[in-house]
Design a protein around this ligand. Structure first.
Ligand code: GDP
Ligand code: MN
Length: 381
């Protein structure tokens, strides 16, 4: 789960990272009030879950509250590479002399957290890494020892940070790493970390990703999820306890088990189709869950055919069949559907489907047959 800039920075601040003390506005009028309260100049910043807002015109300086209001009016509603702006952060403007990069992420290959700093701050760090990787100073962190002071000094030295700023830098790096660990984050990033006119370091931009699998132990962070920033289907799927990822294809896939779902997608491609989604209804899914899943699949306008691939183990085929019938009663769809039900209670499941007499539904005995039928149906639709 990714956090907005303001959420990330407020979180960083709880751990001792200095940030500009700004506020979030949802309307131009509110932006005006905040700018007036904070005192100008301010910077008006689009809050969207995507980087490069500055280049896209989503970050603007304002010298007066009226100007802040005008910028907010322009930025709110703006589309930044597919992300609609619904909130702006109004920050006191910083007097930027130097922009630094500082971030912590998970290095899976090394099985350790990695802290990185670069004097090339303010820019797209992936680009810096591609063009001149030597400009990023890296230190792997032993999770049992934690971030050591000598490592932070290595970073400071590597980016040629003036000595008188090392003390501030040490505190920020320690705070950021603690925030990373305590939040079960997979990424915490300050870009830019600036040196201002008073020789102070300040986190002007912040980004944070939390490990979804750890959210259960961070209810305060889980609450920060911005559902208006993700596809509606993904929000609904999460509420129903389904793992769903929207894709661009035209064959809606409903499968139990992540591995089987991946296989189903691959086989669909093998026969010339393309999956509209990844969907794992999970083990032991009951009728209501199946119905929720089908509703989500059918809500996607790209879907031209639906492929059910159920391998009944703990999940019972009759329960799934009931879910399909229940959902079709409610959602009514004449899209072609192909069902492959095997495993626990498969005869009962097939009987339920047959008796429902759904004209647009065919059954298949094997996955290959099911995929071929679904691809064919989608192509002729
Ligand atoms: P991003 O483009 O999404 O990464 O958004 P940032 O928050 O990093 O802002 C982009 C750039 O705008 C920064 O690298 C700065 O150069 C500039 N900027 C952001 N905030 C301020 C500010 O308070 N004062 C000044 N002078 N420039 C700012
Ligand atoms: Mn940035």
């Amino acid at each position: 789960m990714n956090l907005h800039e303001y959420q990330s920075k407020f979180r960083f601040a709880e751990f001792g990272v200095p940030i500009p003390r700004g506020k979030v506005a949802h309307s131009p009028q509110e932006a005006y009030e905040i700018a007036k309260e904070l005192g100008t100049p301010v910077v008006v910043k689009a809050q969207v879950l995507i980087g490069g807002r500055g280049k896209a015109g989503g970050v603007k300086l304002a010298k007066t509250p009226e100007e802040a209001q005008r910028h907010a009016d322009n930025i709110l509603g703006m589309d930044i590479r597919g992300h609609r702006v619904l909130k702006v952060l109004i920050d006191p403007a910083s007097d930027i002399k130097t922009e630094i990069y500082l971030g912590v992420t998970n290095d899976r290959a090394a099985r350790q957290p990695l802290i990185m700093a670069s004097a090339e701050g303010g820019m797209d760090i992936e680009e810096v890494n591609r063009v001149s990787p030597e400009k990023i100073i890296r230190e792997h962190i032993d999770p049992f020892l934690g971030l050591r002071d000598y490592q932070i000094r290595n970073l400071a030295y590597g980016i040629e940070l003036p000595r008188e700023l090392w003390k501030q830098f040490m505190k920020i790096a320690r705070s950021l790493y603690t925030c990373y660990v305590e939040s079960d984050a997979t990424l915490v990033e300050i870009n830019p970390l600036i040196i201002d006119g008073d020789r102070n370091l300040l986190a002007v931009d912040g980004k944070m990703s939390i490990d979804n699998n750890a959210l259960y132990r961070h209810p305060d962070l889980a609450e920060l999820r911005d559902t208006s920033a993700e596809p509606t289907a993904e929000t609904q799927a999460r509420a129903a306890g389904l793992s769903y990822v929207k894709l661009d294809g035209e064959i809606g896939c409903m499968v139990n088990g992540a591995g089987l779902a991946m296989t189903t997608m691959d086989i669909t491609k093998l026969f010339g189709g393309s999956p509209a989604n990844f969907l794992d209804i999970g083990g032991g899914a009951k009728a209501d869950k199946v119905a929720a899943a089908l509703r989500i699949i059918l809500a996607d306008p790209n879907v031209k055919a639906v492929l059910f691939n159920i391998f009944g183990g703990i999940t019972r085929c009759d329960e799934v069949a009931l879910g399909i019938i229940e959902a079709l009663d409610e959602v009514k769809s004449d899209l072609p559907m192909v069902v492959r039900l095997v495993g626990t209670n498969e005869e009962e499941g097939r009987r339920i489907i047959d008796e429902a007499n759904i004209s647009n539904m065919q059954s298949a005995a094997t996955l290959a047959e099911a995929a071929q039928k679904a691809v064919k149906a989608a192509q002729s639709a």
